[in-house]
Design a protein around this ligand. Structure first.
Ligand code: NAG
Ligand code: NAG
Ligand code: NAG
Ligand code: NAG
Ligand code: NAG
Length: 245
């Protein structure tokens, strides 16, 4: 924080002090993996969960270097997954509301967590999947949600159980929101949960760097959720499958 303020002064960049996000995203390339077996795989019944990768949220990080690294890693992962033959089930989530009155929210506590998305509906620019991330038409699944958990109020659980999925691999924004919430819930529902450390990012806040490290190295490994790097994830893809979907 101190270093950053000095940098702002050095540049005489008044914008540094006037924006609401003077802090950086939480993102690290020094996260310890919990999986050490070099031959681990995701099996045949795995699903890839790409959480809340929408314009309105990605815009909070895409002007930063770490945000760009995160975007590149997530995009590479999505593309590598799509190159599998056959591709496994990929499920994307988007946050938006049924109409501009936001009936999903009312006066709930969660409403204050999504004020930045305004009254985004299915067609709003903010709720679209960010352009760097591709979906396979009529193959990948895109679900609406209006809470932290990826399966809140949608077909996630029905799809995972109908497809006999036993393993899920998570990427998304932000680490302390959808990723953490979804890891807890799916672990409780007996799924093997993997989080790709390079593919999850903490939106700028005073605690972003700390949150990112503590969640990925402290909290999730204790559950236990598997923390792996993008390199491990792509290696494991090659040893997994053929995916059943
Ligand atoms: C992914 O994360 C690991 C562990 O934090 C790091 O060593 C590696 O350099 C990262 N890879 C990329 C492509 O960012
Ligand atoms: C990376 O993390 C390890 C273990 O937490 C630490 O000892 C090391 O100093 C860190 N390296 C960098 C470059 O931050
Ligand atoms: C960041 O994302 C927003 C929303 O998609 C986009 O309008 C903007 O051009 C992006 N900025 C950069 C630097 O990529
Ligand atoms: C939608 O959001 C805008 C901007 O915040 C607001 O002016 C408008 O009243 C909202 N519309 C509805 C129906 O809530
Ligand atoms: C995975 O398989 C592809 C295609 O066979 C290959 O190009 C790539 O190098 C492999 N990656 C790893 C990490 O083994």
């Amino acid at each position: 924080m101190f270093k950053y303020s000095l940098a702002c002064l050095a540049l005489l960049a008044t914008g540094c002090l006037s924006t609401t996000t003077t802090s950086k995203p939480g993102y690290s390339r020094n996260i310890t993996s919990t999986v050490t077996d070099p031959s681990f795989s995701f099996g045949k019944h795995y699903a890839v969960l790409n959480l809340d990768l929408i314009d309105g949220l990605v815009a909070n990080v895409n002007t930063t270097r770490s945000g760009q690294l995160w975007i590149d890693n997530v995009a590479n992962w999505i593309d590598a997954v799509h190159k599998q033959d056959p591709p496994p089930l990929s499920i994307f989530t988007r946050v938006f509301f049924s109409n501009t009155y936001r009936p999903e929210l009312g006066n709930t506590p969660f409403a204050s967590a999504v004020t930045s998305l305004g009254n985004a509906t299915a067609s709003s620019p903010d709720s679209q999947i960010y352009s760097a991330f591709k979906t396979l038409d009529n193959y990948d699944v895109v679900l609406q949600k209006a809470r932290y958990y990826a399966g809140a109020g949608n077909q996630l659980e029905e799809i995972l159980s109908s497809q006999k999925i036993d393993t899920v691999i998570l990427s998304g924004i932000r680490t302390s929101g959808v990723v953490l919430s979804t890891a807890f819930r799916l672990l409780d529902m007996n799924y093997n949960v993997y989080v790709i450390s390079n593919n999850t990012i903490e939106t700028p806040s005073s605690y972003a760097a700390l949150n990112q490290k503590v969640i990925l190295e402290g909290i999730l490994p204790e559950l236990p959720v598997n923390i792996i790097s993008i390199e491990q994830a792509i290696g494991a893809l090659n040893r997994s499958g053929p995916a059943v979907y």
